[in-house]
Design a protein around this ligand. Structure first.
Ligand code: MN
Length: 206
């Protein structure tokens, strides 16, 4: 078979202490998964049904320098636990979900907040606010075989030594296993999928 244009090489994420890399199929993101962030965004802190949006796999980049995107004057960081799946499926049970997890990484759901606010106001999709080029920096994945399943761990973001976001993944409204199970009822998940699991609150001083 020959292609009319060169096919893309798979986007991949570094795996800690390994020469293998994790190939990214799709990047799903869960919205408003920490009560305090939900309140910041004008939402409901209660356990509503989760909602998801996506970034293209090509938006996933390694940690390091991030190009400032076009078309925004309000670029926000959302630090998130990223979970990578090594096994797919549909209608995955919550109790079975952890067995689908390859590992965990820290990622940033970079957001053009001004474009998102305009999209929300107009009832339009968020894609250009969330899925722009280089909008998903992800650090090295730590295999679950090494880290165990990450259900209780600090998640912080600092800029030049100043704390900007602070939380613990145990504050997630929909736990990782629940998010996997729910999402697998919406789409058939596949090996290589990653899920950004939501962001904790911003620090208010400074
Ligand atoms: Mn997010």
């Amino acid at each position: 078979m020959s292609f009319a244009v060169p096919p893309l090489s798979p986007v991949s994420i570094e795996i800690s202490d390994s020469t293998d890399r994790f190939p990214v199929a799709r990047a799903f993101c869960i919205g408003r998964n920490y009560a305090e962030h939900s309140i910041e965004m004008g939402g409901n802190p209660d356990r509503e049904e989760p909602f998801f949006f996506m970034k293209p796999a090509t938006a996933i980049i390694p940690g390091g320098n991030l190009p400032y995107p076009t078309a925004t004057s309000e670029l926000h960081h959302e630090v998130e636990l990223v979970v990578a799946l090594h096994k797919g499926g549909r209608d995955i049970a919550v109790t079975d979900a952890a067995s689908h997890v390859f590992g965990y990484a820290t990622g940033l759901d970079m957001t053009r907040r001004d474009l998102q606010a305009a999209a929300k106001k107009a009832g339009r999709p968020w894609d250009m606010a969330k899925g722009f080029d280089a909008s998903g920096p992800v650090g090295a994945l730590v295999p679950a075989a090494v880290s165990g399943h990450v259900n209780d761990a600090a998640i912080d973001l600092t800029i030049n030594g100043e704390s900007r976001q602070k939380g613990n993944v145990n504050q997630m409204i929909w736990k990782t296993e629940e998010a996997i199970a729910y999402l697998s009822g919406l789409v058939e998940l596949m090996a290589g999928d990653i899920i950004f699991t939501g962001t904790p609150r911003r620090c208010r001083s400074g």
